[in-house]
Structures are given as structure tokens and as C-alpha cells.
Design a protein around this ligand. Structure first.
Ligand code: ZN
Ligand code: ZN
Length: 343
């Protein structure tokens, strides 16, 4: 009788490499060819990303990087817990199948899995019931992701928040992520006319309002990240930076307070590369968001005090897809010039 539990070959290219040692290749299931990766630093958030095998550095890659915190390690260090669990459950099933087979062979059970001893009055029947292999779940991976291609090494990957570093070449591709964030809003805006035709003016209007809301959110989130980077580069502790962030609160949502707060925190001029006209345009568009958000699109007195646009109190406020596009253009200009200053 062979003492091998696992046969050579098969789906997983199993190979016996020692008296009690086997080698198996268990492919991790992918979505769109992307494989999930997890930052080895437990404190890193969100810490999870995906890479497309065969893109980026395809030969001799010694180190890989976390796109969020730039923790470096061997590519294998980024295996996710779900993938380890998956591989272990596949392995367990193979071993259970192998043991089943060995048992049946040792007991001399045929394909019927039954053996009968004796005859007449004394008869003993032996039946062997195989244990059922466990159901193997595929590794769970979220669908809320941003797909990106590194302009430096060509790695196709996906992240689940604003990231900075390329997982393969380790280069700073933050502005590429910012572009992608705004690109998602632009995609929504690009089909507004179709949505208006198919679903009516109110739905199209809400798409535009949500688009503006998203532009302000991206602007705010990106400025916070740039502020954190600047303070960290200047040697400020993690705790001190957290305290500073509490003070910033939501002041980056408004163009006037954004300029003041950014200067107070970093000593830098947020609009150093932007014309007065552009700053004013962005301020006006951003401020349309407040009445839209808090008053279901109806202009209130507070809004009129801040912006003199000719909109009459009580009338539905208008924000156009074109204005949201303009806001994206100016926001990107401000962000990229200030990012260059800070890094
Ligand atoms: Zn990380
Ligand atoms: Zn790269």
C-alpha cells in the first residue's frame, strides 16, 4: 500500500517533496483578474487593495508596497487573511479526500464502498461513508473600489480609499488617485442629459447636486491628507496631528475658511497658483451646496448674504453640470499646485 495521502498532479499540481511533505499550487480566485492584497501593518486603514497579476513589475520584484502607508515587504507578506483561509480549506478538502481513499483501499472496499464477510446465518457487512468535503467559500472582497493604472510602472490595481503609493514601484501617485476620484464624478455628469430624458428633470438635477456635494467632499478629504502629510514631514507627532485635525473640522468645505485654515496649519498659501477670479468662481459654486444640502434646494437668507448671484430667496437654486465641471477643474489646479509645495 502506498503511504501517500495525496496523489501527484491533479488540479493543484500536487507533488510529494519529502516523506511527509507535499507541495500544492492553489490559485486564488480573482475578480476581473485582480488579486486582493492586505497591508502587513495591522494599524493601516483601509489596508486592503488589489493588483492585476502580469501588470507593473513582472520580473524580479523583491519588494512590494502598501498604497496607503508605504509599508514595504516581500510580495507574499501582502496575502490576505481571506486568501490564507481559502487555501487552508482547499487543502483540508484534498487531505480528507486522500484519507478517504487510503481507508477504502486498506479495508479492501470496492467501488460500492461495501464489503461482506461470511454467509448464511453469520454475515457481517462493513460500509464506509466518506466525510463530505466542506463547502469552500471564495474570498470575500468588497466591490466599492477605485481602479487605477500606475503611470510609472503600468501596474493595474484597485484601492478602497484615497491612496498615495504604487504597490509595485513604490512611487508617489497621489495626484493620479485624485484625478480618478474626480473622474468618477465626471462620469456621472456625462450622462446627465440621458438621465433627464429617461427619468426626468428632478433626477438629473439630483445627480448634479450630488456631483457638487462629492466635489466638495473630495476637495476636503484631499486637503486634509495634504495637511497631514505636510505636518508629518515637518516632524509633528501622530497625536499632535490628530489634535490639529479636530480643529480643522469641516472648514475645508468652504473656500474662504479653507484658505485661512490651510494657511494657519501649514503657513502656505492655498491659492498661490490660482487667480483671484478662479478662487471667486469656486467659492460661488461651492456655496451653492449649502442651500442645496440643508434646505432641499430652496435659497435661504443666509445664502443670499454670502453670494450675490441674482438668485431670489425662495426660488429653487440652480447648479449646472457645467458649473460642477468648472469646480472640478479649479479644485484640481489648487490641489496639484499645493501638493507639489507640500511634498
Ligand atoms: Zn499600509
Ligand atoms: Zn508603479
Amino acid at each position: 500500500m502506498s503511504n501517500s495521502i495525496l496523489d501527484d498532479g491533479g488540479d493543484f499540481q500536487t507533488r510529494k517533496v519529502g516523506p511527509d511533505q507535499y507541495e500544492m499550487h492553489i490559485p486564488i480566485p480573482t475578480n476581473d483578474g485582480l488579486v486582493g492584497r492586505e497591508c502587513p501593518n495591522a494599524e493601516c486603514s483601509p489596508g486592503y487593495f488589489k493588483v492585476k497579476l502580469g501588470t507593473g513589475l513582472t520580473e524580479g520584484q523583491v519588494l512590494a508596497y502598501c498604497p496607503y502607508c508605504r509599508q514595504e515587504g516581500e510580495p507574499n507578506d501582502f496575502t490576505t487573511q481571506a486568501q490564507i483561509d481559502y487555501a487552508l480549506s482547499v487543502l483540508k478538502n484534498e487531505v480528507v479526500k486522500g484519507i478517504d481513499k487510503s481507508f477504502q483501499k486498506a479495508l479492501g472496499l470496492g467501488s460500492s464502498h461495501k464489503k461482506t464477510y461470511g454467509s448464511g446465518m453469520f454475515k457481517m457487512e462493513m460500509t464506509y461513508k466518506s466525510s463530505k468535503p466542506d463547502y469552500v467559500p471564495r474570498p470575500l472582497e468588497e466591490e466599492l473600489r477605485r481602479d487605477i493604472i500606475c503611470p510609472n510602472c503600468g501596474l493595474e490595481h484597485a484601492v478602497f480609499g484615497l491612496a498615495t503609493w504604487c504597490p509595485d514601484c513604490g512611487k508617489d501617485i497621489f495626484m493620479c488617485h485624485v484625478e480618478t476620484e474626480f473622474g468618477v464624478i465626471q462620469k456621472v455628469l456625462s450622462i446627465v442629459d440621458k438621465r433627464r430624458e429617461e427619468l426626468g428633470a428632478r433626477v438629473a438635477g439630483r445627480d448634479i447636486e450630488n456631483g457638487l456635494e462629492d466635489v466638495v467632499s473630495v476637495f476636503e478629504a484631499v486637503l486634509k491628507i495634504i495637511t497631514i502629510k505636510h505636518l508629518a514631514n515637518n516632524g509633528m507627532s501622530h497625536d499632535e496631528i490628530s489634535k490639529r485635525l479636530e480643529k480643522i473640522r469641516n472648514s475645508y468645505q468652504n473656500i474662504n475658511s479653507a484658505g485661512e485654515t490651510f494657511h494657519a496649519q501649514t503657513g502656505l498659501d492655498l491659492f498661490h497658483n490660482t487667480s483671484q477670479d478662479e478662487v471667486e468662481t469656486l467659492r460661488t459654486i461651492f456655496e451653492k451646496r449649502h442651500p442645496l444640502t440643508h434646505n432641499l434646494g430652496v435659497v435661504d437668507k443666509k445664502y443670499l448674504e454670502r453670494v450675490r448671484t441674482g438668485d431670489t430667496e425662495g426660488r429653487e437654486i440652480q447648479v449646472t453640470a457645467q458649473e460642477v465641471e468648472i469646480a472640478i477643474g479649479i479644485s484640481k489646479k489648487i490641489i496639484s499646485s499645493v501638493y507639489n509645495l507640500c511634498t
